[in-house]
Design a protein around this ligand. Structure first.
Ligand SMILES: Cc1cc2nc3c(=O)[nH]c(=O)nc-3n(C[C@H](O)[C@H](O)[C@H](O)COP(=O)(O)OP(=O)(O)OC[C@H]3O[C@@H](n4cnc5c(N)ncnc54)[C@H](O)[C@@H]3O)c2cc1C
Length: 418
């Protein structure tokens, strides 16, 4: 290592913890700063997919034509709180504009560079934390009730195939052999062999953070509020509990990164795509792997604490209270997917959660130096794929802080692209 630096990593979600772990491995003096415990933000309740193949941007050509149907279906995958629309409009326009065929190719290539090495990058960290067994490498399955709904996802599977991702088409019998509890309504599916999942995203992040501390890293419970910068050089991160001396900082505060990026000179269109999960403790039936209902846009994941049904996008901003009906919808979807689930559950067997996907309109995160100081490096905005993209983001952040050429091309992720 060339220079040992004092690095403050702001945010102890999956992204911040992976970055802190790789920075510590490089020998830096690293402090993770978060007012909450590791993995208690969006990294807590996601679907757990560690999917190298999740390279399909959210804004795809022709997607707009599905929107009216999604919005008018109360069980549909998309909801907008109309009072929020005036604030959302500029992001939405950028989102729709980013879905051209040419841009989708560029975004997919960039996402693939981050996601393909997910497991090979994560496993050494998980091994050091003693939690390799929390990562199940059994593939991921998409299922469809009709050939027509399968055809709507053709463009996404073709995009994956163009990026050398093996997508195996399965017929009704083959999906049943793989997942016996699935409804007989499903007529076809696609198995993606390289995908994996964790059986507990929160415990995974918390365990990686514990390993980081055992390796000499430090965690400080505080909320970062700004930076002390003089002549372009960082000397400290300000927090609500005082200054943390630092000559480098990594901003990995998920959805809360926008204001702190502004402090560092960059205006980024970061928006929350709120998502929900509903968990069933001791379910009567479950899936073996992550199963996504292709049309319903929700995922069933077998977790160590029960069956997790996760999904939906709700565009309503950071401050609106959760609409728990969006989570309850998951139960209805889940019963249709897995008819062996009970028709009624005592409330103490169900838990619901809402989280904020930190999303940029082009489905790419922001990774790279800030405008005000090269000492402040960004690692936020991973949207729907933060669990899977975090390990490689962490490695790249360590490269940037060390002044090494990054392991992948980070040009598509630069903050000034907007
Ligand atoms: C329903 C749902 C399903 C999902 N499924 C998947 C999936 O299957 N696979 C996948 O890869 N991704 C999935 N995601 C996305 C994934 O969860 C996120 O992209 C990822 O968790 C983002 O991680 P993060 O570390 O950037 O943010 P977070 O986990 O939110 O962490 C940010 C941290 O920053 C802290 N913080 C905030 N402000 C400050 C401050 N001022 N100072 C210090 N700390 C601060 C917070 O307390 C928090 O701990 C899903 C998301 C949702 C909502």
């Amino acid at each position: 290592m060339a220079t040992r630096r004092r690095v403050a990593v702001i945010g102890a979600g999956m992204v911040g913890v992976c970055a802190a772990s790789f920075l510590r491995r490089d020998g830096h003096e690293v402090t993770l700063v978060d007012p909450n415990g590791p993995g208690e933000g969006t990294s807590f309740g996601n679907a757990g997919g560690l999917n190298g193949a999740s390279i399909v941007p959210m804004s795809m050509p022709g997607m707009i034509w599905n929107v009216p149907k999604w919005l008018t279906d109360p069980l549909g995958p998309l909801a907008i709180r109309w009072s929020y629309l005036p604030f959302l409009a500029p992001w939405l326009i950028r989102f729709l504009r980013s879905g051209t065929p040419a841009q989708v190719e560029v975004q997919a290539r960039a996402l693939r560079s981050l996601l393909k090495p997910c497991l090979e990058t994560l496993l050494p960290l998980a091994k050091a934390a003693g939690v390799e067994d929390m990562i199940h490498r059994r593939g991921g399955l998409f299922v469809y009730r009709s050939r027509e709904s399968r055809a709507k996802d053709n463009a996404g599977f073709e995009l994956r195939r163009r990026h050398d991702i093996a997508c195996e088409d399965l017929n009704a019998d083959e999906i049943r052999q793989l997942e016996p509890a699935l409804s007989h309504e499903y007529v076809c599916g696609v198995l993606i062999h390289e995908n994996a999942h964790t059986v507990n995203p929160h415990r995974l992040v918390a365990s990686l953070a514990e390993a980081f501390v055992r390796a000499g890293g430090k965690i400080t419970r505080a909320k970062a509020t700004g930076y002390v910068i003089d002549g372009g050089k960082l000397s400290a991160v300000n927090t609500d509990s005082g200054e943390i001396a630092a000559d480098a900082a990594v901003l990995a505060a998920g959805i809360h990164s926008r204001a702190l990026a502004g402090e560092a000179g960059d205006k980024v269109p970061l928006e929350t795509e709120r998502g929900y999960h509903l968990m069933i403790r001791d379910p009567e039936v479950t899936t073996r792997i992550c199963v996504a209902d292709g049309a319903g846009k929700f995922v069933a994941t077998p977790m160590e604490t029960g069956l997790r049904l996760a999904g939906t996008v709700e565009l309503a901003g950071l401050d609106a209270p959760p609409n728990w009906e969006r989570a309850r919808i998951m139960l209805r979807h889940g019963r249709r997917m897995l008819p062996g689930l009970a028709t009624n559950y005592a409330e103490d067997r169900l838990t619901m959660w809402m989280g904020h996907r930190p999303s940029l309109p082009d489905s790419l995160p922001v990774i790279g130096p800030s405008r005000r100081s090269p000492d402040i490096v960004y690692a936020f905005g991973h949207g729907h794929v933060g669990m899977a993209a975090a390990p490689m983001t962490g490695r790249v952040i360590a490269d940037l802080v060390a002044g090494r050429p990054p392991a992948i091309d980070v040009t598509p992720f630069r903050a000034d692209r907007f």
